[in-house]
Design a binder for this molecule. Sequence first.
Ligand SMILES: NC(=O)c1ccc[n+]([C@@H]2O[C@H](COP(=O)([O-])OP(=O)(O)OC[C@H]3O[C@@H](n4cnc5c(N)ncnc54)[C@H](OP(=O)(O)O)[C@@H]3O)[C@@H](O)[C@H]2O)c1
Length: 279
Amino acid sequence: MMLRAYNNVTVPSFMYGTAWKKEATAQCVLLAIESGFKAIDTANQLIHYQEALVGEALQALDKKGVKRNTLFLQTKFTSVGGQDHRTPYDPSADLTTQVKQSFASSLAHLITDYLDSYVLHAPFSRRVLGDADWAVWSSMAALYEAGKTKMIGVSNITAGQLTELCQQANHKPMMVQNRCFAALAWDKEIREICRYQDIIYQGFSLLTANREVLVDPQVQEIARRLGATSTQVIFRFAMQIGMLPLTGTTSQQHMREDLEAERFELSREEIDLIEMIAV
Ligand SMILES: NC(=O)c1ccc[n+]([C@@H]2O[C@H](COP(=O)([O-])OP(=O)(O)OC[C@H]3O[C@@H](n4cnc5c(N)ncnc54)[C@H](OP(=O)(O)O)[C@@H]3O)[C@@H](O)[C@H]2O)c1
C-alpha cells in the first residue's frame, strides 16, 4: 500500500526504523528490505543511528538488483543539541551551512544523489518556533525547491509549533514524525492537524512507548479474534486511523509479522476502543 503526500509524492505505508541498531544496522536493513519493507528511516546523528551502515546495506542491495529508485529513503538534520562531538557539520558555522553540510554528508553516507524525505529531527525551541527553527526550515525548503529531496518534514513537534509552521512557512511539512503515546489518544491532537492540513503522520515507538497496551486483555482479545499478535493489532490500528507506522524490530520474524498487519481488518468498534484505551 502507498500513501500520497500533498505534493503527490507516494510513500510506502510502513517504514523500517534504524535507530539503536549500532553495528547490526546494515544487516537489519538488508533483512528489512528482503522481508518486504520499501521505506527506511535514519538520521545523521551518530548517538542513535549509523547512517553510513544504512548506505552499506543499500550498496549490497544494489548489487543484488534492488535499485535505489525502488526504495524510499528518509533521514534527518539533527541540531548540535541532539549530537555529541561527532557532528556531521561544522558546529560553529551558521545554520544554513550546517544543514547543507549535514545533507551532503547524508547523501554520501546513503550513496545517493537525492532523498525521498528530509526531516528536522526536533525544533530547537520547546513551545513556539524560534529564529533557529525558521533558519533550518528555510534551508530544508531550499533543498526541496532544488529537487534534492522529494519531501520535507518535521519530528518531535508540538501542536502549537505545527500550526505555526503550517501557517507561516512557504512550504508546510509533507510529513510529521512523532512518538505516539496511547495515553495521548495516540497523539490525536497532532494527527487531527495533520489530517486537516493533508500531512502524512508517521508514528514511532508504537510498541516501546505503549507496553501496557500490548498486554491489555481487550487488545489480546482482538488479537485472538484475528488470529494475530497484539503487535500486529497495534500496527494495523495505526494504519486504519491513517497513520504511517515505523517498526524498530531487529528480528526477521517480527519484520514479516509486522508487514502482515496489512492483511487484518479491525472493526470500527475495535478502533474506537484502542484509540481511547489508555486515555
Ligand atoms: N524522530 C525521532 O526522534 C525518533 C525517536 C525514536 C525512534 N524513531 C524512529 O522510529 C523507529 C522505531 O522506534 P522503536 O525502535 O522505538 O520502535 P518499536 O517498533 O516501538 O520498538 C521496537 C522494539 O520492540 C520489540 N518488538 C517486539 N515484538 C515486535 C514486533 N513484532 N515488531 C516490532 N518490534 C517488536 C523489538 O524487539 P525485537 O528486535 O526483538 O523485535 C524492539 O526492541 C526507530 O528505529 C527510528 O527510526 C525516531
